[in-house]
Design a binder for this molecule. Structure first.
Ligand code: ARG
Ligand code: ZN
Length: 881
């Protein structure tokens, strides 16, 4: 039973609009309950289009109070208003004409946070992907580019600040308690990049001089009193602007660049032209309230949205199937930026951890889809880790395949050729083909075939011939709607390490194209022979994670330890230790499930502790080594019939074994990795904190008493250390007096900071074990919880479902039933948020039977509910099919 199932949209149905939009003139008379929007749109009929063809505009939940054609009322016989369209007939055959639409909106009751809404008394918009149609009737699609003028009228007292895209034209007092401001954006843009913000906000100002000497005013708007917490974001912005000039040759193109932080926002941030709107979580930071991870996220997201100015805004998408054109590319750009700002190897490890824990499960489950999909029901459900993160990996592979210089040449050609256009992935790839003379036809399958390729490898050494033979087979698993797959072009970086840790330099290689250490796999099965290899080598596959694949290879712990000690590629060192840990953790889960004793491999302990104590390695890297694969990682490794409780107890046993063996090293690190002087958020300081906290964590898990965690909690002088200590207390000693005290102290101290209270919710939502569900339910009645704020809902309900395997996947199915009820409650208010949180169940089929049955029932309960949004029904239907 549903009312809003959504039509399926197909890429093959794309065709340009019948009418060309020339310009847009918008006037907003802002009012919380009744905002009046007058849109004046100048169109002309596209050449060759039938003279009788009507103009069809998109709309969503609009009240129209006026419709004029060239300033004359349109007779009712000449237009139709349906649920989501406005159709106008009898329009001029060739001459341009002006349509004036007047609509009334209620920003205050707009709980979907799409279109124009209110957040903390601020008017704010979110138009990507299809929010502009909630403001006025409009050709709301990314291939309709126009120049906008925006006039904003509002009460002066409550909205002294009136902002929109582009450059400020002027404004004045209107004498009746209201004032107005006018903005003009000279760059043609699609409607999804429109933004308006009005309210009373504080500002942090700075300026940036571009490479060609133009001065740009920089402004970050935040709630009054929070200005000091925007300093890091401003610094990150200036570094982003400079980096984009230096690395991609891209200069900013308006007189002003603005960022507004709001506390009610569905996603991370939005790249509206000249006026980015951010979830305040990704702007506000100071040492007392933000962790090192928060700082790193702010830097990355500020950069991401800024980089969109060229990859997304100046060159945009022809249609929403091309979303990865801007998102995959822009994520790649922000990854490279962070790698340059921080440690490249550590950044890469973090990226791969994220990719494997979020994108790999998506690609292996019912929601799998290609990076460039060919159909969708609800576009908001395609802002996925596949489009973003796998899309970034595919861009990175283009750079690997072509090499740095040709990649740069291709990017330059792209900017040159397509500036001002709305284009496709095919256009993007053609730039690299034209710049390099290479054929990227087979490579393009990365955009079209879903599923994570699996490479199965085995090697044999022939001492007599001094040759090493690698047999490689690639398979791409079946995914929804794609059963048979073609072999892909996989650029696999491989090193051959000799016994002494040095790298073999083969005389010749046959069986595959090899450039430097990149082996180009293009066939289902390939045998690659390296000659002139003096002794049996240990292969180190997928250096730098050159391809987003799963690798199956039998490799001994000793061989992995050799890689971990000697690889020149630091990422590969981490990868070897991680693979070793994962093997052991998967075995431990099986042992735990069948009640056998759990064995921790000495080679694993040795490898981890050797890296942890190796002073030649940077602390951040050592911390990454010590951070064991998560329970979700282990579940993915096992693949099917998963029992989260067994995974957890197996992991716990391994952790304790490492803690016991490493006690001395961890105690030493705790003392060595202290920092003196004022807090600094830079990567080196963050690395020392990370290593110290990793050591502390093992020490706390190796001890029955909470003292060490309590003292860390008491002595912490920054949020990284404080939240880590609180997490250790809560997760290791959930019911101890000391933990209750610490939770209360923390809450009291940060009661007026919602973003910190989110951490307080998340820490408690991730306490392992079945009883956390009751805790989560109780926390929902906490006065700080607010079911209509997305950050609160994500930190409590979302964190529980996504990040608490034993608590959420209770064997009795109560976790799933709880989530189902939450989804049905959130959905009518905010479908996007509901659909997003529901994806936490995407791997339900890999659970053991009892849990899988409960999960399926909960999903069916959702699917059977009345009045589901298109967002939720799309997700739930795909998960059940
Ligand atoms: N384009 C934004 C970004 O930087 C994401 C906006 C997504 N919003 C949405 N409602 N789907 O990645
Ligand atoms: Zn983006």
């Amino acid at each position: 039973m549903r009312t809003n199932t959504g039509q399926i949209i197909h890429l093959e149905d794309y065709r340009p609009t019948d009418f060309v939009l020339e310009r847009v003139d918008l006037t907003f008379e802002l009012d919380p309950k009744e905002t009046k929007v007058e849109a004046r749109l100048i169109f002309h009929r596209r050449e060759g289009v039938d003279a009788a063809a009507p103009l069809v505009l998109d709309g969503d939940e609009l009240t129209m109070t006026g419709l004029l054609l060239d300033q004359e009322e349109v007779p009712t016989a000449l237009y139709d208003v349906a649920d989501d369209t406005l159709t106008i007939r009898g329009l001029p055959e060739t001459a341009p004409f002006e349509i004036t639409v007047t609509t009334l909106l209620s920003p205050e009751t707009n709980t979907k946070l799409m279109g124009l809404y209110r957040t903390n008394n601020v008017y704010c918009t979110q138009c990507e992907a299809e929010g502009f149609r909630r403001i006025t009737y409009f050709p709301d699609r990314p291939d309709v580019l126009a120049v906008y003028t925006v006039n904003i009228i509002a009460e002066k007292a409550t909205a002294p600040l009136l902002l929109s895209n582009g450059n400020y034209l002027g404004g004045a007092d209107m004498g009746d308690g209201r004032h107005f401001a006018a903005w003009f954006d000279p760059h043609p843009k699609p409607s999804y990049l429109f933004a308006l913000v009005a309210g009373d906000l504080g500002v942090v100002e700075d300026k940036f001089t571009t490479a060609s000497g133009r001065e740009v005013a920089l402004k970050i708007y935040v709630e009054h009193g929070k200005e000091p917490r925007a300093a890091y974001a401003m610094d990150a912005l200036k570094r982003s602007m400079k980096w984009d000039e230096e690395v991609f040759g891209r200069e900013y193109d308006l007189d002003i660049f603005m960022i507004v932080a709001v506390s009610d926002f569905n996603m991370g941030a939005m790249e509206n032209k000249g006026l980015n709107v951010f979830n305040d979580k990704y702007v506000l930071a100071d040492p007392e309230t933000a962790t090192d991870t928060d700082y790193a996220n702010i830097e990355a997201i500020i950069a991401h949205e800024y980089f969109h100015n060229w990859t997304g805004n100046r060159i945009t998408c022809r249609d929403w199937f091309q979303l990865c054109l801007k998102e995959g590319l822009t994520v790649y750009r922000d990854h490279e930026f962070s790698a340059d700002m921080r440690s490249r190897a550590v950044k890469r490890i973090a990226e791969v951890r994220h990719l494997k824990s979020e994108q790999f499960p998506e690609d292996a489950g019912p929601l799998a889809h290609p990076v460039r999909p060919t159909k969708y029901r609800e576009i908001n459900n395609f802002y996925t880790t596949t489009v973003y993160e796998k899309g970034s990996e595919v861009t990175r592979m283009i750079a690997t395949v072509l090499g740095r210089d040709l990649f740069k040449k291709g990017m330059d050609l792209y900017f040159d050729r397509h500036d001002g256009q709305a284009v496709t992935i095919e256009d993007f790839i053609a730039c690299f083909e034209d710049a390099s003379g290479r054929d990227l036809g087979q490579f393009s399958l990365w955009y079209h075939q879903a599923g994570t390729p699996l490479i199965t490898a085995s090697g044999s050494y022939d001492a007599a011939k001094q040759s090493y033979t690698l047999s490689l087979e690639q398979t791409v698993p079946a995914t929804p709607g794609q059963s048979a797959k073609k072999p892909m072009h996989i650029p696999l970086r491989v090193g051959l390490l000799l016994e002494d840790g040095s790298e073999a330099k083969p005389a010749t290689v046959s069986g595959a194209d090899v450039m430097a250490d990149v082996v180009h796999l293009t066939e289902r099965r390939q045998t690659v022979v390296f000659s002139g290899v003096p002794s049996r080598p240990v292969p180190s596959f997928n250096r730098g994670f050159s391809a987003p694949i799963n690798l199956h290879i039998e490799q001994s712990a000793e061989d992995r330890a050799l890689i971990a000690r000697h690889e020149i590629d630091l990422f590969a060192r981490w990868q070897a230790l991680n693979a070793m840990a994962l093997d052991n953790l998967a075995k431990a889960a099986v042992q735990a499930r069948s009640g056998q004793p759990i064995a921790c491999d000495e080679a694993l302990i040795g490898g981890l502790l050797a890296a942890a104590g190796d002073e030649r390695l940077e602390p951040a890297f050592r911390a990454q080594v010590l951070s064991l694969p998560s329970e979700a990682d282990i579940a993915r490794e096992i693949g099917r019939d998963n029992d989260p409780d067994a995974i957890q107890s197996g992991r716990q046993a391994i952790l304790s074994a490492i803690a016991a063996s490493g006690k001395d090293i961890f105690t030493r690190l705790l003392g060595e990795m202290t920092l003196s002087g004022p807090f600094r958020p830079d990567a080196a300081s963050a690395g020392r904190r990370a290593l110290r906290n990793a050591a502390l964590s093992y020490l706390v898990y190796g001890d029955d008493r909470p003292e060490k965690a309590v003292s860390a909690f008491r002595s912490a002088n920054n949020m990284t250390d404080l939240s880590q200590a609180l997490t250790l207390l809560a997760h290791r000693f959930p019911d101890a007096e000391e933990t209750l005290d610490a939770l209360a102290t923390f809450k009291k101290r940060f009661a007026d900071n919602a973003l910190v209270i989110d951490k307080w919710f998340a820490i408690q939502a991730t306490i392992p074990g079945a009883s956390t569900l009751e805790r989560v339910k109780a926390l929902m009645s906490d006065p700080h919880f607010n079911p209509s704020n997305p950050n609160r809902v994500r930190s409590l309900v979302g964190t529980f479902a996504f990040s608490n395997p034993t608590g959420f996947n209770r064997a009795d199915g109560e976790g799933y039933r709880f989530l189902a009820r939450q989804i049905l409650e959130i959905d009518p208010r905010n479908p996007q948020l509901a659909a997003r949180i529901l994806t936490s169940m995407r791997s339900w089929r890999s659970l053991e039977q009892v849990r899988a049955n409960h999960a399926q029932e909960a999903l069916k309960e959702i699917a059977g509910a009345a009045n589901l949004s298109a967002d939720v029904s799309d997700i739930v239907d795909r998960m059940l099919s």
